[in-house]
Design a protein around this ligand. Sequence first.
Ligand SMILES: [Zn+2]
Length: 312
Amino acid sequence: MDKAFRAFFDRVKAGRTPGFPRFKGRGWFDTVEWPKDGDGCRWDSQPEHPAATYVRLQGIGHVRVHQHRRVLGSVKTISVKREGSRWFVVLSCDDVPAEQLPATGAAVGLDMGVASLFTTSDGAHVANPRHLAATADRLAAAQQDLARKRRGSKRRRKAAARVAVLHGRVGRQRLDGAHKAALALVRDYDVIVHEDLQIANMTRSASGTIDAPGRNVAQKSGLNRSVLDAGWGVFLRILAHKAESAGRELIAVAPRNTSRTCARCGHRARDNRVTQAEFACQACGHTAHADINAATNILRAGLALRRAAEAA
Ligand SMILES: [Zn+2]
């Protein structure tokens, strides 16, 4: 165990006010991991107290924890993590029961965004979690503030602690939102088509995509753009995990031309995109919300890939 942690836990054990372990250089996140449940640590080891959850840590004793999510499967590793002045117990589990869901016969396409997390081909705009954009703005400001502080100074240490706290908060807000959105999708759809993230990142820029200039520019400040962009990766990872355990099919497609092609007639032209939100086909007159039109094209591309794979 890390020396700073050891000293901290020794102070906790002795019943003294623990204070906090020192920052070690640039390490804002300190994590201690125990390799497996029962070896030096044990999750929920006091069944006689059903109302409370405890983790027992070797050399520390029982520590009561506030549980954010239900634990499924068997606990494989337990780690204790510090973010700023708060402590978290992070579990990884084996044999999480797969929750096979009944078939719905429905498929959906997702158009990933920044202002909203994604828009579906069925017309649902799924927002980022409430407060995430505001926290992301504060994080970006705190990071800029940190960059201005002199190395080794007390102010720099304080600024680093603030960044760590906001970083943790953004992460948890994003994770919560991703879990909820992904769960809703796997419940409702057998097949989920999304943009291939690596290709999407190459074609998008702060000034927008080649297809649709400006469509991805963060609405409010632009400060938090990179933080919100990073949310796609988290969301898609969680979605992949939930889709697999629910027996759903997830398809990634190249996002090329999805925003300027008419979802009804296939006519492709830059003029089709009237404004950021508005799509109006110059050939057939089809009008739609631009993101719904794009999500419909993404769905269609995914279903075409699927048919091609079945035919092969
Ligand atoms: Zn058209």
